[in-house]
Ligand binder design. Structure first.
Ligand code: MOS
Length: 735
């Protein structure tokens, strides 16, 4: 049976509907729009972290054949709004307003040429002289400058200090995570094209609407004058939630030159100007009774941030929420440094925070001489301890049990460093995964054409996650149509509003809107049929009519039917439409909502060389209802792979003598390759969650990476007896 013939609904695995477009190269990414008279930009970045440009010599660059212009603070191509609502963005982006330098990698000039080769060559010929200033780029050397961010509250419950002091069993340790760089496969690129006062941006973004709004503000345009197109995105991981400098700069240059400008940042140009995951220093203190019951939890997070935008890596929120303890304290502090902007990356706060928390949980289990799974089962929270609200659903205990069983956890060695396989030490570790569930307002429109096909529209994104396919499944279920009859349109700011694709919210927010709009479309269709004397369904009750395979029919007698096609054909417009605006209700006030999971990992460590290999992985996850098991599994595989990267490889290295990132490419910035990733067994528990949204979807994009690095670190401890509290776990830390 082909996919078309299978009855499609939520929960049935569906191949990516855009898969063919992608593998044939027909899917158009941001740098692939062929516009007439296109000019090519190349960014020039600061090589020093602080100070100012004193001289910028562009004469040699201008002489290169094909070069159109070289822009910098000396000849800014157009104006940037200084109005209140634009100032914050304009000032953090450094759009050539002045010659000041705020971090290494800041874009300080832009070469534009007829072709890319000329632009690249010319960029090398621009000579820049600087006046340097002192700088600080090292978090560990600047912890004394940690400050409380303006909008961060310390969370307190009970009396942590007193409870911790008198507790019988306790651990208190400091864990660090390094700066990381998102490195999406598709680089950051934009093509800016003007038609009079109207700007079109062909961008790679997780937010077509937010990009439109931000760029309109910065360039003093009306929102209707900006259109952002981003139908395919080759990964973002949080870095494409924000508008970065190259986007308005390309638009400014294009307007000035009266021709479209394409500006793509090369891989080595992405380290600095498009965000990073900030380094953290986290202290976790846990105390328990002798029987393993947690009494006191403290999580103190310190993270670095740029000096021009406060970003808080909210590492401590999980500890305050997902384990029961009468006494708890969670705090966040930031250290502003002379680095590029810190931003959201792959489960921000959760991924980094769960590393420290779940390692500390492992350390305490070890102190208690308790099995780490038993310890966690004993400390399962029957409510959210942060808000004191009941969970909308929580299958965490089942996640532990099911994954432990599948993994064979009962055979684990409790004694660290005691299991060998030839020259390799073998270890098993586990950790809890959890991620907050949010929902945002989202709108959608559905149009049924007179051939019975349906177009579903929303200005959301497919950032590689499978949105096209998952939304197709939602519409297919509601309208009982095959995938081939449904076309999902997204990635265009002219479509009905959708929020940024971040925080694992797309399916809960936009999926819910699409379900509602399809229901509304169907009810329009039904009412047309039952009110039309030409229809076999004339005068039937709306409640008695259902959609079956491209037709409406009576629930009780499917032979009384009329095809969608026939009904739409009789309309004057030849189509039927429906639109909805959907938004969360009061469920957030009544319930705490979270996804959960449990990772189980086997590692082997070369006893002589300290090289860690992840051999085997079993994870069970509660993300509510799974829309497409196929792409949902891929989401977890991606998350776990990133977790392996976080645990063992990823580290944006700054040479603090010069304040520059020194591993700015993926030869030196290590991410897991195929040889680093072996069996990953993904199990979904699908609790019915009637509260989270109508479809019961909790969201899955970021869950897989949470807890993953801790599971690896805990397995490394079990293998070697060495507790590495400083990511990544490179071999030098094990020898
Ligand atoms: Mo995610 S870091 O919210 O794209």
């Amino acid at each position: 049976m082909t996919q078309k013939e299978v009855e499609l609904k939520i929960g049935k695995p569906l191949d990516r509907v855009d898969g063919r477009l992608k593998v044939t190269g027909a899917a158009r990414y941001a740098a692939e729009w062929k516009l007439e008279n296109l000019a090519y930009g190349v960014a020039i970045q600061s090589t020093i972290p602080t100070g100012r440009v004193t001289t910028i010599s562009v004469d040699r660059a201008r002489q290169v054949s094909g070069v159109i212009d070289v822009f910098s603070y000396k000849n800014k191509p157009g104006t940037v709004s200084d109005e209140e609502d634009a100032r914050e963005d304009a000032e953090r982006l450094f759009l050539f307003q002045d010659n000041e330098i705020h971090y290494a990698g800041q874009i300080i000039a832009l070469v534009v040429a007829d072709n890319l080769t000329a632009a690249r060559h010319a960029a090398k010929l621009v000579n820049i002289e600087y006046e340097r200033e002192s700088f600080q780029t090292d978090l560990s050397a600047n912890l004394k400058h940690a400050k409380k961010p303006e909008d961060a509250e310390d969370h307190k419950r009970g009396d942590f200090k007193k409870a911790f002091l008198s507790a019988p069993v306790k651990v208190s340790q400091t864990y660090t995570t390094p700066m990381e760089t998102h490195n999406p496969l598709e680089p950051f690129g934009v093509t800016a094209a003007w038609d009079g006062d109207e700007l079109t941006l062909y961008d790679s973004t997780q937010g077509v609407y937010s990009t439109k709004q931000t760029v309109a503000k910065i360039l003093k345009l009306a929102k209707e004058e900006v259109r952002v197109l981003s139908p395919f995105v080759g990964g973002g991981f949080g870095s494409k939630l924000t508008v970065w400098a190259h986007v308005p700069l390309a638009a400014m240059a294009a307007r000035h030159l009266k021709r479209p400008v394409k500006l793509v940042l090369a891989r080595n140009q992405m380290y600095g100007p498009v965000g990073c995951r900030p380094a953290t220093v986290q202290t976790v203190s846990l105390a328990a009774e002798n029987d393993g019951r947690l009494i006191a939890i403290k999580h103190e997070g310190i993270s670095e941030t740029s000096k021009f935008k406060d970003y808080i890596e909210t590492v401590a929120d999980g500890a305050f929420s997902i384990y029961p303890s009468e006494h708890a304290l969670a705090t966040h502090r930031i250290v502003p440094l002379d680095i590029g902007e810190a931003t959201w990356m792959r489960a921000p706060g959760h991924a980094t925070g769960s590393y420290a928390l779940e390692c500390a949980m492992d350390e305490l289990a070890h102190e208690l001489k308790m099995d780490p799974v038993e310890f966690r089962l004993k400390n399962w929270a029957n409510k959210d301890y942060a808000s004191d609200l009941p969970w909308s659903s929580n299958s965490l205990r089942e996640c532990y049990r099911v994954a432990a069983e599948k993994f064979g956890w009962q055979n684990r060695n409790m004694q660290p460093g005691s299991k060998r396989d030839g020259s390799r030490l073998v270890g098993h570790g586990m950790a809890t995964a959890f991620h907050s569930v949010w929902r945002n307002p989202a709108s959608a429109k559905a149009i049924m054409h007179n051939d019975g096909t349906v177009v579903v529209q929303s200005a959301t994104h497919d950032i590689g996650t499978g949105t096209y396919t998952a939304l197709t499944l939602v519409a297919a279920e509601k309208l009982d149509l095959p995938a081939a009859s449904i076309k999902v349109e997204l990635g265009d700011s002219n479509l009905p509003y959708a929020p940024v694709s971040g925080g694992s919210t797309t399916m809960g927010s936009v999926g819910t809107a699409v379900a509602a709009v399809c229901e509304s479309l169907l009810s329009n269709l039904i009412s047309l049929a039952i009110n039309d004397s030409k229809s076999p369904l004339h005068k039937k009750h709306a409640d008695d009519v259902v959609a079956r395979r491209g037709a409406l029919c009576l629930k009780t007698d499917e032979s009384v039917r009329e095809t969608f096609e026939a009904i739409v054909r009789r309309t004057s417009t030849g189509q039927i439409e429906a639109s909805v605006d959907s938004k969360p209700g009061d469920e957030e006030e009544k319930f705490a909502m979270s996804t959960f999971g449990a990772h189980f990992v086997e590692v082997s460590v070369d006893a002589d060389l300290g090289k860690v290999r992840v051999e085997r992985w079993v994870g069970a996850f509660d993300a509510g209802r799974i829309v497409n098991p196929k792409t949902a599994r891929s989401q977890i595989l991606g998350g776990v792979t990133f977790g392996i990267g976080m645990a063992l490889l990823e580290h944006t290295l700054i040479d603090h003598n010069i304040g520059r990132i020194v591993n700015a490419d993926i030869a030196e910035y290590h991410i897991p390759s195929h040889a680093d990733v072996h069996d990953i067994d993904v199990i979904f528990l699908e609790p019915v969650d009637p509260h989270v949204n109508k479809l019961g979807i909790k969201g899955i994009g970021e869950l897989g990476i949470t807890g993953a690095a801790a599971a690896v670190a805990n397995a490394v401890f079990n293998a070697t007896g060495k507790r590495v509290r400083e990511l990544p776990i490179t071999l030098d830390k094990l020898l």
